[in-house]
Design a protein around this ligand. Structure first.
Ligand code: ADP
Length: 367
């Protein structure tokens, strides 16, 4: 019998962690280091705290699941090691050491304009002279290739300093990679969480991103394994949450904020972006119609004590720019271009504040 990591993962997916009710794989508790030598299997389970009350019973249950569902002859007993979340997270700067700031862009639900904001923010930051990378990790709707008109790009690999690295595609001064370059969108939902996460890890660790000031990650909507992969593998500077002012979107945005600020994940929120804040028809430029409600995101930002980074109106050119691969942020003379330039400036400001907060205090010797 030949053992594969997937067999082990399938068995572990039958074990539920009582603390959250999720299975071990779903809960991101299985470290991506399953080693198989013949019938000997070993890996680590990640627990939040070294004092987790369920630790012993979970290890026992994991061993039993493997012996039951894989094969009773698997040499597993005593081979599961334990790590706590702190140990499992990489040292800041270990992955992507040449990247100064890593920002996750998320939304509670789909269709609120998260990818539109990601693409335009990337272009606006590049226009300010920053070195910018954009990773489209939205497995369910990778739209960055279309928004940058690079759908047909086939990123190839090159040997750099002895390693085969994927070369990001460059457009409008932004280095881009998308899970969409590698996954047929029609197949995306069939991807098991683990497969998508592994592909994503490659796009981060095995790509030639080089020196970057800002590395933006367009995350899938909601909460998923992809989010866990990102927060466990990268030291995020912060997260941006995009929402429309509509109540249902705001309720999901609140969940999104809580996911990042949860003490387990502990990623600071750089702020909230209100997209589709109002509609102004071209023939009545002075009028604002609040189709999805007024100032909803501002209220949520106040309630959650996070900055409101910007309000982007509904404008036909934003939609068209997305469809024809020319983000409106390319043209800072327009009102929409200006809105994204202001958003970018706010993001830079918030990142600076975070970095200053985290910088070690200098001890000045007074003579
Ligand atoms: P998400 O990434 O949240 O699923 P998208 O960025 O793909 O959402 O946006 C969904 C649709 O709405 C796209 O067709 C996009 O062009 C359009 N859109 C997004 N923001 C705006 C806006 N401010 N004005 C007009 N259309 C927009």
């Amino acid at each position: 019998m030949t053992l594969y990591p997937k067999m082990i993962l399938d068995a572990l997916a039958t074990v539920r962690y009582p603390g959250t009710g999720k299975n071990l794989v779903e809960a991101g508790m299985v470290e991506d280091n399953i080693r198989i030598e013949g019938m000997k299997v070993s890996f680590s389970l990640i627990f939040e705290k070294p004092t987790d009350p369920f630790m012993k019973s979970i290890i026992k249950a994991a061993e039993t699941a493997i012996l039951t569902y894989v094969d009773k002859n698997v040499d597993i007993v005593g081979n599961i090691t334990v790590k706590t979340l702190q140990e499992a997270r990489p040292e800041p700067g270990k992955l992507l050491p040449q990247v100064k700031n890593i920002i996750g862009i998320s939304s509670g639900k789909g269709g609120v304009g998260k990818s539109t904001v990601s693409a335009n923010l990337a272009v606006a930051l590049a226009a300010m002279g920053y070195k910018v990378g954009l990773l489209d990790a939205d497995i369910f709707g990778p739209s960055v290739p279309k928004m940058f008109q690079v759908e047909d790009a086939c990123p190839y690999a090159e040997k750099i300093e002895g390693r085969d690295l994927i070369l990001p595609v460059e457009k409008y001064g932004v280095k881009l990679l998308s899970i969409g370059f590698f996954v047929d969108p029609d197949q995306a939902t069939l991807w098991r969480g683990g497969m998508a996460s592994n592909a994503l890890k490659q796009l981060i660790a095995d790509a030639a991103w080089g020196d970057l000031d800002y590395f933006l990650i367009d995350l899938p909507p909601g909460t998923s394994d992809i989010h866990l992969t990102i927060v466990q593998n990268l030291a995020l500077t912060g997260a941006i949450v995009v929402s429309t002012p509509q109540q249902v979107a705001l309720a999901d945005a609140r969940k999104g904020i809580n996911m990042f600020t949860n003490e387990k994940v502990n990623v600071p929120i750089l702020g909230l972006v209100e997209n589709m804040a109002w509609f102004t028809p071209a023939e009545l430029p002075g009028n604002r119609y609040y189709l999805f409600g007024k100032e909803g995101a501002r209220q949520l930002a106040e309630e959650m004590e996070v900055p409101l980074l910007g309000q982007i109106p509904i404008v036909q050119s934003i939609c068209e720019g997305g469809d024809n691969g020319t983000p409106v942020a390319l043209n800072s003379d327009t009102v929409t271009g200006q809105a994204f330039a202001e958003l970018a400036a706010k993001v830079v400001e918030q990142v600076d504040i975070r970095n200053r907060e985290q910088a070690p205090t200098k001890i000045v010797e007074i003579k």
